[in-house]
Design a protein around this ligand. Structure first.
Ligand code: PMP
Length: 346
């Protein structure tokens, strides 16, 4: 019989799929499959529905090893939802309670998912400075101190986050592309994904003919990684108003800023044209990947293999990105309701 002992054993090992529709019209011959190969790593195939299952598992296992997390303890974390789901899965299977602190911009759908797994959810205002006592960072610190056996994984500073990507996501990309990946593209939130995957791919390809893998971070316009100050943006899970230690600025060769509108248009096209119902940070990362691929095509790099990581699924965003009225209320829908490849790659 072939079965997993626990849902936790199914974390990782996600597939790559070619993006062949949204690349059409971006360079001559794209329709016939010529030019750079653009592959999406589909992280919603993880059991908790996102890339964050990987870091949740590694952070809990390392905390058990170090003694920071004791049997029956409580995990307290500020999270936009996905890390919470991953932690809730792992916690449940290993006998811990969970309290999650979310900013109020996170959809009610996402909060209810956390509650469904048996976690407690505390909601905090988005529109306060990180130093404010009501900021979601400070509320989670307080709860971690107050709850018995409280432990805060802190995905922003926990080295187990990037390490999980160094040990699993990076090797998967390398093996599945048979060492032919030339560019790795990912959105930057805590920075754990780009740091861990990027570091692994650069190391393993260091002496390769044709040069090491190029690592491209994608960031919402206004966030610190692309030179902003943290101006509010709507895409969830990426961008920051401070520099987390999970992010190593040495790893990315380039950071591409992308607007909310472009991110959401491509998110919708990924669902409609590629059959990939994914979240807004996926559309954002994919805009970055298509811009890179288009540039490579112009340079005649037909051998390029661009891998873009898509962090989560789209079901948590049905009443936002996939709702025409919500999109129109922010001016994201053209009067025709459509968008072209050229719109997204302005
Ligand atoms: N997209 C979503 C939806 C996320 O939840 C996150 C994690 N905050 C990211 C992208 C960014 O990943 P990372 O934290 O590894 O930079």
């Amino acid at each position: 019989m072939r079965y997993a002992e626990s849902i936790v054993d199914l974390v990782g090992g996600t597939p790559l799929v070619r993006l062949s529709r949204v690349t059409r019209g971006l360079w001559p011959g794209a329709e016939e499959g010529r030019g750079p190969l653009v592959l999406a790593k589909v992280e919603y195939m993880n059991p908790g529905g996102s890339v964050k299952d990987r870091i949740a598992l590694k952070m809990v296992l390392e905390a058990e090893k170090s003694g920071a997390l004791k049997p029956g303890g409580t995990i307290v974390e500020p999270t936009s939802g996905n890390t919470g789901v991953g932690l809730a899965l792992v916690a449940q299977q290993r006998g811990y309670s969970c309290v999650f602190v979310c900013p109020d911009k996170v959809s009610e759908d996402k909060r209810n998912v956390l509650r469904a797994y048996g976690a407690e959810v505390v909601v905090c205002p988005t529109a306060v400075e990180p130093s404010h006592p009501d900021s979601y960072y400070n509320v989670s610190d307080r709860l971690a101190r107050e709850r018995p056996g409280g432990w805060k994984p802190d995905q922003y500073s926990n080295p187990a986050g990037p390490q999980s990507h160094y040990e699993t996501t990076g090797p998967e990309v390398w093996e599945d592309t048979e060492g032919r990946v030339t560019h790795f593209v990912a959105g930057v939130g805590t920075g754990g994904t780009i740091t861990g995957v990027g570091r692994y791919l650069k190391e393993v390809s260091a002496d390769r003919e044709g040069g090491p893998v190029q690592v491209v971070g994608v960031d919402p316009e206004g966030s610190v990684y692309s030179g902003g100050t943290g101006r509010p943006y709507l895409v969830e899970g990426v961008g920051e108003d401070f520099w987390p230690s999970a992010y190593d600025p040495e790893v990315a060769d380039e950071i591409v800023p992308v607007s909310d509108g472009d991110s959401f248009h491509l998110t919708r096209r990924l669902a409609r044209e590629e059959g990939l119902l994914v979240g807004g940070s996926c559309g954002m990362a994919a805009v970055g990947a298509l811009r890179v691929a288009q540039r490579l095509a112009e340079e005649g790099r037909d051998d390029a293999v661009v891998v873009v990581l898509l962090p989560d699924g789209g079901r948590g965003y049905l009443s936002k990105i996939f709702d025409d009225r919500w999109m129109a209320s922010y001016g994201f829908l053209a009067p025709t309701g459509g968008s072209t490849a050229a719109d997204v790659l302005r």
